[in-house]
Design a protein around this ligand. Structure first.
Ligand code: CTP
Length: 435
């Protein structure tokens, strides 16, 4: 028999594309600070299950955790028994973080007790586990607590040491729960596959997402219906697989994915600059953004009025204005041209197609792949109810030179955008590391 600690999966890859995090909350006064940690985790796109101890619920009640996580919470093993939560929650987790971890909870975890939902979850988790202890200085410094910390560390747990400062009473010293941001940063680092050597560890990738807006005047723009969801999913999956990710985001309102550097942009020209800058030392550039092909030739510094300049006979001119457009650069084609004969970066394009009288979605996508010269083109069918803003997508992966031993084209979906992102990165990884 081999014994099992909390090291993480051998592949280094999380179990889920959207990481499943268990937030264990111990019964200490600092439990209220865990609500902020929960907020940081959910807003950055994690699926969070809160498991408070019974004592924690005396400090912060279940409605707070349920409202903030969007899920029911329980501290004992007797609810929802048919789903076997005392085993499933831990087995299904990509990360367990316990904050605050009280002296009692650390002792129970170190002893391997299994007398409530949080301790059973800790015994069944096969993923990184973080403890953020918080207690009075005397309890923290006691040999029993330090021995428990040593035991948990030896089993692979990550300890975020308590901060020094004002404690519950008038006393000060080490024992305060560290700031939620600090605990969150540790979670992010552990969830990004880089720590465990994920399949994209050591790779730098750039993803563009969203849709550019070309301003006409201070209140109007020419834009498109891209939500950015597919690009964000691509960035999130790349980070989870260990890549260092820069996400150039055009006009999106999505939470920044865990561990991803987000560069916000507005127009096509801004996106071009940001991508060019980030692509300098990149291994892969994925152009998932919907880039406006044209922009207004002139920008009106003041709002364009419905009734404008007077006509020759002195009356108001109510004719509709004509807006002259100029071409925006083709950023994707420019990246391919700039790369020239070099092997990197690997360049991935997206093709949003509706199909028309000249050809089907696939015909148009194959022609686009040839025209743009990128290594992989991900074609998706768009229309009023398809792809834009939705959570699912169907795509065709078209490889310029094919993949050794597999067909040149590959179809994926309909599937959630996170799963589509995983399929795209599988294709990119096969190009980066041909077997
Ligand atoms: N793209 C780009 N720069 C542009 C337009 C598009 O880099 N000015 C990129 C997109 O990010 C995408 C790919 O090119 O990766 C295809 O975008 P799409 O809008 O489908 O194609 P277009 O080049 O605009 O061609 P068409 O409008 O003729 O379909």
């Amino acid at each position: 028999m081999t014994t099992q600690g909390w090291i993480g999966r051998p592949s280094g890859e999380p179990l889920h594309v959207i990481p499943h995090v268990v937030l264990g909350v111990g019964g200490g006064i600092a439990a209220y600070k865990a609500a902020l940690l929960l907020r940081l985790l959910t807003e950055s796109g994690h699926d969070v299950t809160v498991v408070p101890t019974a004592a924690a619920l005396r400090f912060v009640g279940a409605p707070t955790w349920e409202a903030l996580s969007g899920k029911p919470v329980s501290s004992e093993v007797w609810s929802d028994v048919s789903r076997v939560p005392h085993v499933q929650i831990g087995k299904n987790a990509d990360l367990v973080v316990v904050a605050p971890a009280t002296a009692d909870l650390l002792a129970r975890a170190a002893a391997g007790l299994a007398d409530d939902l949080l301790t059973t979850t800790l015994l069944t988790a096969h993923c990184p586990v973080v403890f953020a202890p918080a207690m009075h200085t005397e309890m923290w410094e006691h040999a029993a607590t330090q021995a428990n910390i040593a035991t948990l560390t030896a089993r692979g747990a990550h300890i975020v040491p308590p901060a020094s400062g004002r404690l519950t009473g008038a006393d000060t010293g080490p024992g305060r729960l560290p700031d939620a941001e600090e605990i969150f940063a540790v979670c992010q680092r552990l969830l990004s596959g880089s720590e465990a050597g994920g399949p994209l560890a050591g790779r730098r990738v750039v993803v563009s997402a969203g849709g550019t807006r070309e301003p006409l005047d201070p209140v109007r723009y020419l834009g498109n219906r891209s939500s950015g969801k597919q690009g964000y999913a691509l960035a999130q999956v790349a980070a989870a697989r260990g890549a260092t990710v820069t996400l150039v985001a055009a006009n999106t309102s999505l939470p920044a994915p865990t561990g991803v550097d987000v560069v916000p942009v507005g127009t096509a020209l801004e996106l071009q600059d940001a991508v060019a800058q980030a692509a300098k030392d990149a291994d892969v550039v994925v152009m998932a953004a919907a880039v406006a092909d044209f922009r207004p030739k002139a920008y009106a510094a003041a709002k364009i009025k419905k009734t404008h300049a007077a006509t020759v006979d002195g009356g108001p001119d109510e004719s509709a204005p004509t807006i002259e457009l100029v071409r925006n650069p083709d950023i994707l084609a420019g990246l391919v041209e700039h790369r020239g004969a070099a092997e990197r970066p690997l360049i991935v394009g997206f093709a949003a197609e509706t199909g028309d009288e000249t050809g089907s979605v696939l015909d148009l996508a194959r022609a686009k792949l040839a025209r743009k010269g990128c290594d992989l083109l991900v074609a998706n069918e768009v229309g009023v109810d398809k792809a834009f803003g939705t959570d699912a997508n169907t795509v065709h992966l078209l490889f310029r030179d094919g993949l050794p031993g597999s067909p040149r084209d590959h179809t994926a979906g309909p599937a959630p955008k996170a799963e589509i992102a995983a399929v795209v990165w599988d294709g990119v990884q096969a190009l980066l590391d041909p077997r």
